[in-house]
Design a protein around this ligand. Structure first.
Ligand code: NAG
Ligand code: NAG
Ligand code: NAG
Ligand code: NAG
Ligand code: NAG
Length: 453
C-alpha cells in the first residue's frame, strides 16, 4: 500500500470507530434514560453523577480495539491525605507502567461536596493531559446519600468515610458507559503487566475466587453473612483475592435491582441499611456472588477451594452448585495487582515482572542491569490471596505448589513471551520513565513517595 492510501484507510477506520463510539454512546444514553425513567422514584436515579464529565482528551483509538470496552475504576477521597499519597505513589505510579494505554480509560470518582476533591481532580487532570496524552482520564463526583444515617450510625464497624466507599461500590456502573469495569482498590498496586489474557478467557470475563480465607479469617465469615443478607442467597467465595476485579458494568445494575426487589423498595439507601449495619461487608463479593446466581455464563470462574467440593456445595441450591470446571488448583494466569499501601512493599515483584518483560522483548533496560530476574522469583504472581499483607507478613506461602512448578514456569514463560512480543511490535509500552514522571508530579504536590529501586 502506498503511504497516501494507508493514511486514507487509517482515516476511514478512525471515522468508522468514531461513528461506532457515537452510536454506542447514544445507545447507552438511551439505556441510562430508561434506567432513570423506570426507576423514577428510585434513589438510583437520584444518585446520578454530576453531568459534565471532566476528562482529558479522547483520542481516536487504534483500529485493533477489542469490541469490549474497559474502564479502570478507582474511588478516591482527596480530603484524606493518605489517600492522595496512595493515589499518586501507588496506584498512578504503577498503573502508568503496567496498565496498557491501549485498554484506555481510567475513571476516578471523588466526593462531590468537598472543594478539596475538585481541586485535586483538576490537578490530576492537568497532570494527565500534560504528561500522558495517550491515556484518557476522567473524574466524576458522587453526591452524599440523602439520608446521613446510611453512612453514620451507632456501632458501625467502619468510619463514615469508609462506609461511603462501601456504599458507592454498588453504583460503579453509573460512572462509565464501558462494557467492563476493572475495579481497583485505592490501596492496590499493579505488580505486573496487564494482558488481555488476564482479563478474558475467550469472550468470558475472568473471575478468581477463594474459599480458603473462609476458615482462616473471621471477617470473611462475616462477609458471608452480610452477602447472604443482601442477596438472599449464599456467599459464593471470597472475591477480594485479586485486583483489578473485572465485572460487567451492567452486572452492577442488575445486582442493585435484585437487592431493591428483595427489600421491596425503590430506595437503595433503605435497602443498604438493612444489610449493612454492624458487620463488615465486601461489596465485590456481593456483586460477584450475584453474578454466579444470575449471570454465570458471562464469566470464566476460577475458584480455588480448600474445602472438599461436595461438602462446599451443600450450602447452595442444587441448580447453583459448583462443578469441577469452575475449580482450579492454582491460577492459570499470573496476578497483576496486590494490595499495598506503599510501592516499596511490592518492590521486588514489580522489578521482577518489569525485568522479565524487558528481557522477553530483548531489551537491556537500565533498571535491570543489576538484577537477575528469574521466573522462579516471579512465582509470587500465583498467590491467590492478594489481600495477604505482603508488607507486614512478607511473601505468602509458596504460591506454586512443588508438584506444579513445571506448569507455573510454562505459564509465566507464555505470559512474558506474549508481553515481549507486544513490546517488540510496539503495541505495548513498558517505560520506566512513566514511573519517574509520576514521582515528580507527586513531589510537586508535596506527596512523599517511597523510593522504588
Ligand atoms: C414518575 O414521577 C412522576 C413525577 O414525580 C410521576 O407523576 C409518575 O407517575 C412517575 N412514574 C412512575 C413510573 O413511577
Ligand atoms: C488486546 O486488546 C487490545 C484492546 O482491547 C487490542 O488493541 C489488542 O490488539 C489486543 N491484543 C492482543 C494480543 O490480542
Ligand atoms: C479457559 O476456559 C476453558 C473452558 O472453560 C478452560 O478449559 C481453560 O483452561 C481456560 N483457560 C485459561 C487460561 O483460563
Ligand atoms: C412489598 O410492598 C408492597 C407495597 O408496599 C406490599 O403490598 C407487599 O406486601 C410488600 N411485600 C413484601 C414481601 O414485603
Ligand atoms: C549496580 O550495583 C552497583 C554496586 O552494587 C551500584 O554501585 C550501582 O549504582 C548499581 N546500578 C544500578 C543501575 O542500580
Amino acid at each position: 500500500m502506498n503511504p497516501q492510501k494507508a493514511l486514507l484507510s487509517l482515516l476511514a477506520v478512525c471515522l468508522l470507530s468514531i461513528t461506532v463510539t457515537l452510536l454506542t454512546q447514544a445507545y447507552w444514553q438511551e439505556q441510562s434514560y430508561r434506567l432513570q425513567s423506570k426507576g423514577n422514584s428510585s434513589k438510583c436515579s437520584e444518585h446520578l453523577v454530576e453531568k459534565e464529565v471532566e476528562s482529558t482528551q479522547r483520542k481516536c483509538k487504534s483500529p485493533a480495539v477489542q469490541t469490549q470496552s474497559i474502564t479502570l475504576f478507582v474511588r478516591m477521597a482527596a480530603t484524606v491525605p493518605e489517600l492522595r499519597r496512595q493515589f499518586y505513589c501507588v496506584f498512578l505510579r504503577l498503573s502508568v507502567l503496567f496498565w496498557p494505554a491501549s485498554l484506555d480509560k481510567t475513571v476516578a470518582v471523588l466526593d462531590q461536596e468537598n472543594e478539596e476533591d475538585h481541586e485535586f481532580a483538576s490537578t490530576v487532570l492537568t497532570h494527565m493531559k500534560q504528561h500522558f496524552p495517550d491515556r484518557t482520564f476522567e473524574v466524576l463526583y458522587e453526591p452524599l446519600p440523602k439520608d446521613p444515617t446510611v453512612l453514620d450510625f451507632a456501632k458501625s464497624p467502619k468510619s463514615p468515610g469508609y462506609n461511603r466507599q462501601l456504599y458507592s461500590s454498588f453504583f460503579i456502573d453509573l460512572y462509565t458507559n464501558d462494557d467492563i469495569i476493572a475495579w481497583m482498590d485505592a490501596d492496590s498496586a499493579f505488580v505486573s503487566p496487564v494482558t488481555n489474557e488476564s482479563i478474558f478467557n475467550g469472550t468470558k470475563v475472568r473471575v478468581l475466587g477463594y474459599d480458603c480465607t473462609l476458615t482462616t479469617k473471621a471477617w470473611v465469615q462475616v462477609w458471608a453473612r452480610t452477602t447472604e443478607k443482601a442477596l438472599g442467597l449464599p456467599f459464593l467465595a471470597d472475591f477480594m483475592t485479586y485486583f483489578p476485579a473485572y465485572i460487567y458494568r451492567d452486572t452492577f445494575t442488575h445486582c442493585r435491582e435484585h437487592i431493591l426487589r428483595r427489600f421491596n423498595t425503590s430506595n437503595f439507601e433503605e435497602a443498604f441499611k438493612k444489610f449493612y449495619r454492624q458487620e463488615y461487608i465486601s461489596p465485590v463479593s456481593v456483586v460477584l456472588s450475584y453474578a454466579w446466581y444470575f449471570e454465570r455464563e458471562r464469566y470464566d470462574w476460577n475458584l480455588k477451594l480448600c474445602t472438599d467440593l461436595t461438602e462446599y456445595n451443600k450450602r447452595f441450591p442444587s441448580e447453583h452448585i459448583i462443578s469441577a470446571e469452575h475449580v482450579v488448583e492454582t491460577l492459570l494466569i499470573p496476578q497483576t495487582a496486590f494490595h499495598a499501601k506503599h510501592a516499596q512493599g511490592v518492590r521486588e515483584i514489580v522489578f521482577s515482572s518489569y525485568c522479565l518483560s524487558q528481557e522477553a522483548a530483548g531489551n537491556d533496560a537500565e533498571k535491570c542491569s543489576n538484577r537477575t530476574a528469574s521466573l522462579i522469583t516471579n512465582f509470587v504472581l500465583f498467590t491467590q490471596d492478594v489481600d495477604h499483607d505482603v508488607e507486614r507478613l512478607g511473601p505468602p506461602a509458596p504460591p506454586c505448589p512443588k508438584n506444579r512448578e513445571e506448569t507455573c514456569l510454562q505459564l509465566l514463560e507464555r505470559n512474558y513471551n506474549q508481553i515481549g512480543l507486544e513490546i517488540k511490535q510496539k503495541t505495548r509500552k513498558l517505560d520506566w520513565k512513566n514511573v519517574k514522571i509520576v514521582e515528580n508530579l507527586a513531589k510537586e504536590l508535596k506527596l512523599q513517595c517511597d523510593v522504588l529501586k
